[in-house]
Write a new protein. Structure first.
Length: 53
């Protein structure tokens, strides 16, 4: 799973997206870049999903 965190001008978190696939993440990145967000405002984290017992 990927997490996309979008930061604003004052480094406040504007959005937090959980993406199940890389293609979903890529689509969101294209949207935010088209809206004018800089690369350093788009933070990508890769996380392991915890499985329920």
């Amino acid at each position: 799973m990927f997490v996309l965190i979008v930061k604003g001008a004052r480094r406040a978190t504007l959005a937090y997206h959980r993406c199940e696939s890389r293609s979903e993440l890529d689509e969101l990145l294209q949207v935010y870049k088209a809206l004018g967000y800089a690369e350093d405002a788009l933070i990508i984290e890769e996380r392991q999903e915890d499985k329920a017992a």
